[in-house]
Design a protein around this ligand. Structure first.
Ligand SMILES: NC(=O)c1ccc[n+]([C@@H]2O[C@H](COP(=O)([O-])OP(=O)(O)OC[C@H]3O[C@@H](n4cnc5c(N)ncnc54)[C@H](OP(=O)(O)O)[C@@H]3O)[C@@H](O)[C@H]2O)c1
Length: 288
């Protein structure tokens, strides 16, 4: 049995059917709060409503599992946050997994994760990474770039209603994106291939600037225009929004990090080792 924590999220929804297709029994854990919780599932999938804030829920989630994939996050949830989910929730889950005799944990992280990283999310991911390294279990840490499908959804949200595609900052900084399809394929590989054990691997699918992504979206939509949120506004929001919308403040903070060029990395070299994992680019996602 493989536990997918956050199995109802953007990545989790792509991963679960791929694990089943690869012959695994899967247990999905989520609260059913930020994402709809499925009423029923197909063969091979067990559903568990549970909260990473609860020791008991974490114990129930890992019981009988040989592997656990941590694909939950609080970054994009308005009434949650990375400290609660990506750091403390991950640490609680890893502790429960080690106590229950789970053999392998796959921890989803992000390029740039570091104890002294420029944004809280990266510092939380570093703490989660530390917890799996120290757990005594076999581990795989997968550091993604920004999820391409999520970025497209955010940028194009006002396209139909207002004819706008949102670009934060100058839009000129390179960003390495990872498609959920590619990330899910790598996770499926990680749970079965010993080559991926006790390794940190950074996984990207394409590098583009926000201006390039916006241009591709507008060409495909054949209507609309860019709406820019200036960098100076992001700087103000990253501080001023903290008391009334920590969510807005962290999104603005991530935008400032993006502007520094820190969200781009060389994704080709790790890819060369796994040529069978798909490389899904911007055009493919847009055409899907
Ligand atoms: N999105 C990105 O650009 C990006 C970049 C790098 C790394 N990552 C990492 O990749 C993984 C997948 O990201 P994603 O974008 O697919 O996430 P997502 O769409 O935001 O989904 C988050 C998932 O976590 C669950 N969750 C949140 N709080 C929870 C809690 N307290 N207890 C149990 N489940 C909880 C959510 O369901 P409920 O709220 O209903 O519980 C949902 O299933 C995450 O670990 C994320 O940090 C993402």
């Amino acid at each position: 049995m493989i536990l997918v924590v956050g199995g109802t999220g953007r990545l989790g929804r792509a991963l679960v059917p791929m694990l089943v297709e690869a012959g695994h029994q899967v247990r999905v854990m989520a609260r059913g709060a930020s994402q709809p919780f499925p009423g029923t599932t197909g063969d091979g999938v067990e559903l568990l409503r549970g909260d990473l804030a609860s020791d008991e829920d974490c114990r129930k989630a890992v019981a009988g599992c040989t592997a656990a994939v941590f694909a939950a996050s609080g970054f994009g949830i308005k009434d949650s946050d990375p400290k609660t989910v990506d750091r403390d929730g991950a640490i609680r889950l890893v502790r429960a997994a080690a106590d229950a005799g789970v053999e392998h944990v796959v921890m989803m992280s992000m390029h740039g994760a570091a104890a002294d990283g420029p944004i809280e999310f990266l510092r939380c991911k570093a703490a989660a990474e530390d917890s799996v390294r120290a757990s005594g279990m076999v581990w795989t840490i997968i550091r993604l770039g920004a999820l391409l499908e999520q970025r497209l959804a955010n940028m194009t949200a006002p396209l139909e209603s207002k004819g706008k595609v949102m670009v934060f900052g100058s839009g000129r900084a390179p960003v390495t994106y990872t498609s959920v399809k590619d990330a899910a394929a790598l996770i499926v590989r990680a749970v079965s291939d010993p080559v991926l054990r006790n390794r940190v691997i950074e996984w990207g699918s394409a590098t583009a600037t926000a201006n390039e992504v916006a241009e591709a979206v507008l060409v495909r939509a054949a209507h609309g225009a860019v709406q820019r949120i200036p960098t100076v506004a992001e700087r103000v929001l990253s501080v001023a929004a903290r008391p009334f919308s920590p969510f807005l403040a962290r999104v603005a903070g991530a935008g400032i990090w993006e502007e520094s060029g820190g969200m781009a990395f060389q994704w080709g070299p790790p890819r060369a080792e796994f040529p069978d994992i798909p490389v899904t680019g911007l055009q493919q996602v847009l055409e899907h």
